[in-house]
Design a protein around this ligand. Sequence first.
Ligand SMILES: Cc1ncc(COP(=O)(O)O)c(C=O)c1O
Ligand SMILES: [Zn+2]
Length: 411
Amino acid sequence: MHTTDAFVGLSCVDCGETFDAETATHRCPDCDGILDPAYDYDRIDLTPEDLQARPFDSMWRYEELLPFTSGAAVSLGEGATPLVECPGLAEAMGVGRVLLKDEGMNPTGTFKDRGQAAAMTAAREHGATDVALNSAGNAGQAAAAYAARAELDAHVYLPSRSGFTQKAMTEVHGADLTVTDPIDGNSQIGDSGRAYAEAMDENPDWYSAKTFVTPYRHEGKKTMALEVLEQLDWEAPDAVVYPTGGGVGLVGMHKAAREVRDLGWTDDLIPMYAAQATGCAPIVNAYEAGADRHEPLSDDEIDTACGGIAIPDPGASPLILEAIRESDGGAVANTDHEILDAAIEVARVEGLEMGATCAAAAAGAFTLAEEGELGSDDTVVLLNTGAGNKDVDTLRAHLGETEAAADGDAA
Ligand SMILES: Cc1ncc(COP(=O)(O)O)c(C=O)c1O
Ligand SMILES: [Zn+2]
């Protein structure tokens, strides 16, 4: 395999055992825990000055901190996204600075590209012919794109509630798409998970690209923190507010913040804040209860239009909660109304487009600022995980309702 010098294998977050990445491909062979890429940091021969000399062109410029070499990467130029100054939002929130990390600029329009670039690289390194996953939508589209690039056959399972763009583009990229219908009521991510699990039982040689089943998606998303820190001259912001579903990005970003602090490139961790919708907030509930893991919701308890964070049973909740607490961050939930209002405010005040799910970060930051958790000198990063045009229907419908309500008030 084309691994990097410092990458030493995969270590289990539950039992602590380390495995050779040639043979261990997904969950822990001993206890089924999540496997996490491990490095010998003494072997990392990279400095912030070296990075300055490299073009800001893709996430693979951090290859020394990734498992696979840039030469072996399945890449579409993902990462290297802008960190955009938002003075109007800073003023509206009463904080020092607001910056928006615009992951909508990625090849398929979301941060999922970073995780899928790493996962498809691993699949190809392991000689897979087929890859499979279920997803809320964006990860499925990203997997279809990167599988096409890697010449792998992709099998994507999406619930009927996922967006038209995500379903359409999954097929445009040539993936085999299964849309799961509701058993009763709305089809949620759990339905697509069951269909995916049945297919995996029948096809055990398919390489799973599912959240925290492959060890590499959070590793790819780690690069978001490396970029934010580099864009801030290796000074940690006071908050990153992150729309949290399965927590892949939050856990990955926290890992990177820890790594570069231990390498001496930064002094502090990044306080990580999980933003969720009140209609599906298992992480916020667990955080507020002081619990170490979440209480799962059932599919029919989900009540939010923000599909990417409509994740009722996030299996990695212990890692998410540990990251939030260790980094001295927090967790915040907002109603769909507040979230969609925030998307429209960002679009009007700054001209920036946030997806519906993503705008949970903006709404969350407004609430944290109101509660005094964010102060007038703080630098706040909103992680815009995906482009506004992924969710035009939801955003336009909200605008229509808001305008109708305003007309009703005026009449
Ligand atoms: C746009 C968007 N934001 C956030 C998330 C949640 O991602 P994570 O699993 O990293 O919490 C998703 C997942 O589907 C998404 O599509
Ligand atoms: Zn284990």
